[in-house]
Ligand binder design. Structure first.
Ligand code: F6P
Length: 703
């Protein structure tokens, strides 16, 4: 993730970054940055949130404030966006003013759309007020409209930095905008509920999601909710009769509901519902989700990425940069010239659009034959490619979405799919079923794995592997798709060595598969942990107790780092980056206690462990009641998050594409902003560390 360009490794046709950690001494880094700030002569930064509010804006403001203060720069908060600048509604901010804000939705600085900022007069006043209040640089958190306001200030000699904050994801220079992740999860959970009642009442439901003119929220929800149709300005050709025909066909064939996700840019959901009900006779209702999507506590990704954006914005100023937009692109936090950023164009991810097409396949005859809706001719099954699929090791939320995508895209591509139960045990014990489109219906939203997953000690033996190969040969399996973590992939390598074509899909809540920036289940797991830690934090604050919370991750610290940042923990403990000296921790707790600071939240990684004894030592030395909580397998469960459903679906589809195009022994990955695949053997030799930029940032924010 961090932009470490060195140590590139070639694997197959793609480049894999091998991230080596150079854990620079934080103090030296801060001193160097201070010098830069003096060079740039920035003594005071102003920060404002503008346009539509988005969950995560508070996390960004907090990071701006704490990073600036850590570098000796004062911060002024401007209320209600540019309106507050024009009306001089400006307050001083310090580290304490942003305490307890990271988990809160909305923006504590308030936000507004400011028509005056479009006028020359308003722009002149805004620039003048920056000077009057000693604001040397202004950080603006908002969308494209807000950045246009920045450009007007830039022309008037003010240093500006833009941070993309909008639930719409429609800022061209970046793959991430603050609030999108929370908004799609909120919408997805609402649609899950609407789907339940739609099935019970055999109803067609049109759900209108936000996004202004862009269809990102609709596209992601379409994939995550397993919708039958998705209408966006980018994709929909206003062929309502086609939609009606599809509803009628699916209804006749026994489909209980029909979910249409309609983007705000298309609108007219009420009218559409009336017309569909009239034409099909199917009860049809419209639900407009509206502002619901803008509220709520931010997700883990929104808190972490928004924090990184805030810290990055200050870092740019410290290094003498100005008139830049912070962005996340190709797996790294980067920045672009503001004029250039505003002139860029963005389209929906073509791979996700393609996947959506494959997974919805309106009236596709192959899927209908597979579901028993149409008769199958006897010669149709001859010569079909057969693929096997299994989930192995620890289960991870999103595995079902991946299996479903494998099954649907493979059947759509005229293949036959065999599912093996309980991972490699299913191969050894010949425990399998033929997967049909129906087997995986209503599973995208479910946690766990329909195929079950377990460790298989017998598979480590030569005898076990030979039995597995016998099953694969007997069933004439052309390629085996394995879904799991590093252990599962190592099993795959054993099969590859014996001549089996294996395609791996990385699925583990630990994020520790080296060739990919994403593994199925991580996103859900960090949200589950974060929500639990939020609760522990509330009770710890009320009770004035210290809490040590141990999160999953096996040998890696990804979970601890993300959850620690997202919950504003005072201490994060990982093997990769953090000082584990208990005496130092205890001294810091004692000195903070003297300063009247009540909360001491420590997020520990499973790799470091020993949380109970750490808690005991802290309690003994500080006199503070200290409790340890080990979250354990809680993190493996639950309904998958939106990202896990969408990315798992994409990875499942990619695996089938690899097989279809003759790829052998590959592992699917998400790397540098795209779904791709690598040679499995080479990929499994790589190492991976949690993001170094995030680790440095976390130290500055925990103040
Ligand atoms: O830009 C975010 C957004 O929520 C859009 O999705 C929506 O079209 C718009 O804001 C609503 O704007 P307002 O807050 O002005 O009603």
């Amino acid at each position: 993730m961090a932009a470490k360009k060195k140590d590139q490794k070639e694997t197959g046709s793609k480049t894999i970054r091998k991230v080596k950690v150079v854990n620079k001494d934080a103090e030296m880094l801060e001193k160097a940055e201070e010098k830069e700030a003096v060079k740039h002569n920035i003594k005071t930064i102003g920060v404002l949130t503008s346009g539509g509010d988005a969950p995560g804006m508070n996390a960004a403001v907090r990071a701006v404030v704490r990073t600036a203060i850590a570098n000796g720069i004062a911060v002024k908060g401007i209320k209600r966006g540019f309106s507050g600048l024009i009306d001089e509604d400006i307050v001083d901010l310090n580290s304490r003013s942003v305490a307890d804000t990271i988990q809160k939705g909305g923006t504590f600085l308030f936000t507004a759309r400011c028509p005056e900022m479009i006028t020359t007069e308003g722009q002149d006043i805004a620039a003048e007020n920056c000077r009057k209040h000693g604001i040397d640089a202004l950080i603006v958190i908002g969308g494209d409209g807000s950045f246009k306001g920045c450009l007007a200030l830039k022309e008037r000699g003010i240093n500006v930095i833009g941070i993309p904050g909008t639930i719409d994801l429609d800022i061209a220079c970046t793959e991430y905008t603050i609030g999108f992740d929370t908004a799609v999860n909120t919408a997805m959970h609402a649609i899950d509920k609407i789907r339940d009642t739609s099935t019970s009442q055999e109803r067609c439901s049109i759900i209108e999601v936000m996004g202004r003119h862009a269809g990102y929220i609709a596209l992601w929800c379409g994939l995550a909710n397993g919708a039958e149709a998705v209408l966006t300005t980018e994709l929909y050709k206003y062929e309502e009769q086609k939609l009606i025909n599809d509803i009628q066909t699916k209804r006749k064939s026994g489909r209980k509901h029909y979910i249409i996700i309609n983007a705000e840019g298309i609108g007219d959901s009420e009218g559409m519902a009336r017309r569909i009900e009239y034409a099909t006779g199917m009860p049809t209702s419209a639900t407009i989700l509206g502002y619901l999507q803008r509220g709520g506590s931010p997700t883990c990704k929104d808190r972490v990425f928004a924090s990184a954006f805030g810290a990055k914005a200050v870092d740019i100023l410290l290094k003498g940069g100005s008139d830049r937009v912070v962005a996340y692109k190709n797996g790294a936090f980067v920045d672009f010239d503001m004029d250039e950023a505003l002139s860029m164009k963005k389209t929906l991810d073509p791979f996700l659009v393609d996947m959506l097409g494959k997974l919805t396949r309106k009236g596709d005859s192959r899927l209908m034959k597979n579901e028993g809706m149409l008769p199958v001719e006897s010669d149709e099954s001859a010569g079909k490619k057969v693929i096997g699929v299994l989930t192995s090791g620890m289960d991870a939320p999103g595995m079902n979405a991946a299996i479903r995508a494998v099954v649907r895209t493979a059947i759509g591509d005229n293949m036959k799919v065999i599912g093996f139960r309980r991972g490699y045990s299913g191969l050894i014990e010949k425990d399998y079923i033929e997967m049909t489109n129906k087997t995986m219906s209503e599973t995208v939203q479910r946690g766990g794995t329909q195929l079950l997953a377990s460790d298989c000690p017998e598979f480590i033996t030569e005898e076990g592997q030979l039995k597995a190969i016998e099953t694969l040969k007997e069933l004439k399996i052309d390629a085996l798709v394995i879904i799991g973590g590093n252990g599962t992939m190592r099993g795959g390598l054993d099969l590859i060595a014996k001549g089996i074509n294996v395609v791996g899909i990385p699925a583990t809540i630990d994020l520790d598969v080296a060739c990919t920036e994403y593994t199925i289940g991580f996103d859900t797991a960090i949200n589950t942990a974060m929500e639990a830690i939020d609760k522990i934090r509330d009770t710890s604050a009320s009770h004035e107790r210290c809490s040590v919370i141990e999160v999953a991750g096996k040998k890696s610290g990804h979970n601890a780092l993300w959850c620690g940042i997202a919950t504003g923990a005072e201490e994060i403990i990982t093997n990769e980056y953090h000082d584990q000296n208990q005496q130092r921790m205890i001294s810091e707790i004692i000195s903070k206690k003297k300063l009247g600071k009540r909360l001491h939240l420590i997020v520990n990684s499973e790799a470091v462990g020993k949380s109970a004894s750490l808690a005991k030592n802290i309690e003994f030395a500080t006199g503070l009641e200290t409790r340890a909580t080990v979250l354990g397998i809680l993190q493996c469960g639950g309904a998958p998050s939106c990202q896990d459903r969408v990315f798992a679906s994409a990875m499942g589809g990619r695996a089938v594409e690899v097989i279809n195009s003759g790829g052998k022994n590959r592992i699917v990955a998400y790397q540098h902003g795209e779904f791709t695949d690598f040679d499995m053997e080479k990929a499994m030799k790589l190492d991976k560390y949690p993001d170094a930029y995030m680790a440095e940032m976390s130290k500055k924010l925990a103040r």
